[in-house]
Write a protein that binds this ligand. Structure first.
Ligand SMILES: [Zn+2]
Ligand SMILES: [Zn+2]
Length: 272
């Protein structure tokens, strides 16, 4: 499926899968200390390369992008001789003879794996820090959150690698949610823009005036932006009164508005 979408993937695996070639499973379970170092066994199943490679252990892997039979499938890599007490030292040290290091031809799959292993673990770590998962009973919800989380991390990684983002991950997340919240404004119903009729009515509940609340929010936002940019505000901000509670409001907009100030007029002459 991945290759059909032009996505390559490679990784190590456990031999528990039903489709995994029995030969490799047997080698892993019974022969992993008896093969020569570098022994490579590969089987293709459904276009996926299943590979077994003898290092200090018999490593099992799957790949949709590697081959083992072309010249390009081998790379030369300088390896240091493992210590005498390392795992299965007999197998790994034999290759080196008396030299402390040696240039070894190894499968590009293994080379890629060594260089990029833990990528998945890293992705998990990145995701874990700012996980949006929550308990849900619909099966698609965790998938949706996974996609969102991963998209945010990919955006961060791409931006940092491309030097478009030079700050920390947490700062990236802050910027991301600020920008997303800016967008959310556009979706708010703006009934005050519509012709109406807008009438003063008495409402069933006494609630905080919508216009006063909005002004207060705006004031806080301005203060926050100044604080973020490191500017100390020397001029005292004109403080809006604590949002007044009111029994009345506009019936068309369905919002509470106070009568004590210009809230009704202000509400209906908003620009955004
Ligand atoms: Zn008000
Ligand atoms: Zn109205």
């Amino acid at each position: 499926m991945l290759r059909k979408e032009n996505i390559g993937a490679a990784g190590t695996t456990r031999p528990s899968s039903m489709d995994f070639p029995a030969l490799l499973t047997v080698l892993r379970e019974n022969w992993s200390t008896k093969l020569d170092w570098g022994t490579t066994v590969a089987v293709v199943i459904d276009g996926v390369l299943c590979i077994g490679w003898q290092d200090s252990n018999f490593v099992l892997g799957l790949s949709t992008v590697h081959t083992v039979h072309e010249a390009s499938s081998l790379v030369t890599s300088k390896r240091n001789r493992p210590g005498a007490t390392s795992t299965n030292a007999r197998i790994t040290r034999e290759v080196f003879g008396d030299s402390p290091f040696k240039l070894l031809e190894i499968s590009s799959f293994i080379d890629d794996y060594n260089h990029h292993m833990n990528s998945v673990d890293l992705a998990n770590q990145y995701r874990q820090a700012y996980d949006t998962q929550k308990i849900a009973y619909r099966t698609w919800i965790p998938l949706l959150h996974w996609v969102l989380d991963q998209a945010a991390i990919n955006a961060y990684k791409l931006a940092s690698v491309g030097k478009a983002w030079l700050e920390s991950h947490v700062e990236f997340r802050r910027e991301l949610y600020r920008k997303l919240l800016d967008h959310s404004k556009l979706l708010e119903p703006q009934r005050w823009r519509e012709p109406g009729p807008h009438n003063w009515v008495v409402r069933p509940k006494r609630q905080s005036c919508a216009m006063c609340c909005k002004k207060e929010k705006l004031r806080k936002k301005v203060l926050e932006q100044h604080r973020d940019s490191g500017i100390e505000l020397l001029i005292a901000q004109p403080k809006v009164k604590r949002p007044e509670k009111s029994w009345s409001g506009c019936d068309f907009c369905d919002v509470p508005l106070c009568k004590t100030s210009s809230s009704f007029e202000d509400w209906h002459s908003q620009k955004s």
